[in-house]
Design a protein around this ligand. Sequence first.
Ligand SMILES: *Cc1c(COP(=O)(O)O)cnc(C)c1O
Length: 457
Amino acid sequence: MSTANRVASRDGVTLVARDLAHVWHPCTQMKDHEQLPPVPVRSADGCWLEDYDGRRYLDAISSWWVNLFGHRHPAINAAVVAQLQQCEHVLLAGFTHEPAVALAEELARIAPTGLTRCFFADNGSAAVEVALKMSFHYWQNRSLPRKRRFVALSGSYHGETLGALAVGNVELYRRVYAPLLMDVLTAPSPDCYERERGESWAEHSRRRFEDMRALLERHADEIAAVIVEPLVQCAGGMRMYDPVYLSLLREACDRCEVHLIADEIAVGFGRTGTLFACEQAGITPDLLCLSKGLTGGYLPLSAVLAGERIYEAFYAEYAAQRAFLHSHSYTGNPLACAAARATLRLFATTPVIEDNRRLAAHLAARLAPLAGHPHVAEVRQTGMIAAVELVRDRTTRAPWPGEERRGWAVHREALARGVLLRPLGEVVYFMPPYVITETQIDFMVDVATAAIDAACA
Ligand SMILES: *Cc1c(COP(=O)(O)O)cnc(C)c1O
């Protein structure tokens, strides 16, 4: 090892020690770091993260689903730097700026038809809070104050703040806080892992919709909105369903006069094979939540898109007290908006969706053999999201006991082999940046397979 490398390596060790003295990490039992310290990242490039020892890790989960075009993309870098020379931040109340205006125009242009109004916030959970409050407030303004409840799906995830957590249904995240959360109506997820033998995704999704229909019809006069993650319930374990569920839901929401909130924070921007997942059902939600990939994974930003009907219910003389007074300090931050515009320009100037179709097909072909693995119950995929369901016994689908932490073992084994995977429980999933190559997909799947073998031994 050269002197320079030895110094870098020592810097990495020091950095981890300093980290563990002061940084409290998200979604982490900090004691786990006694066994597996955090990886100190010195630089990132394309699909790769590099640590202080020069070891490289393929970012197979797009740094928590935010990165679309790789790390340090030249065009996004340039856009953020240019904006930095112009104006770093200014409040968006009473003032405006080109990056926010142009981004709102562009989102209105590419989103499902009719979503013409753009309300900015600064992270996904905040967008969900905005959508819930907007829906509730709309019905107040329309003098239907009884419409104040929300319907969510089992296995759903919408973020960590208390409103978002309340409409979420993943026990691991919500259990402790349950006494603090508003009461929500829950319909069973159309999750196709639960379909009967021989049943198609569409048949299963239709059948599961009957519970939602009944719930909506029974409670219509007290429901403000239904919130769903279109096509893939991501944090709940990459649970997938057929677009027909969304078409049926749109019809039922219209019939029952209930808002449909589409949380495309994770599935938006090409993840599922179309720019927005809702397109596959040909529907427009009443409110659309966007974040994560919106800035290409550069800066925190979110947006809630609404149509004119909702907007107009808030538009009145000040004295009528109908305004939506929600705000966040960094709402519509110009640097984040500039990163978002550069990201959307990449969609406009390169055939991202078509290229992804080829990459997704390659990923499917490479994952196919895992479907026969003795500890794999299912391999499923929607566009650029693929998931492998690990179980103790594939014939009975008996799960691994949670305390054995097989998913965490996959994470450790994959890291040691140069791939960042972060399974959700025992669901190993792939959500790579769109700039991944077929060779990198091969490497990613080979490592995942070796890690699964080691973790299930
Ligand atoms: C990640 C996520 C959120 C929350 O976004 P944050 O920026 O992490 O607050 C909300 N909804 C869905 C579907 C998500 O995947």
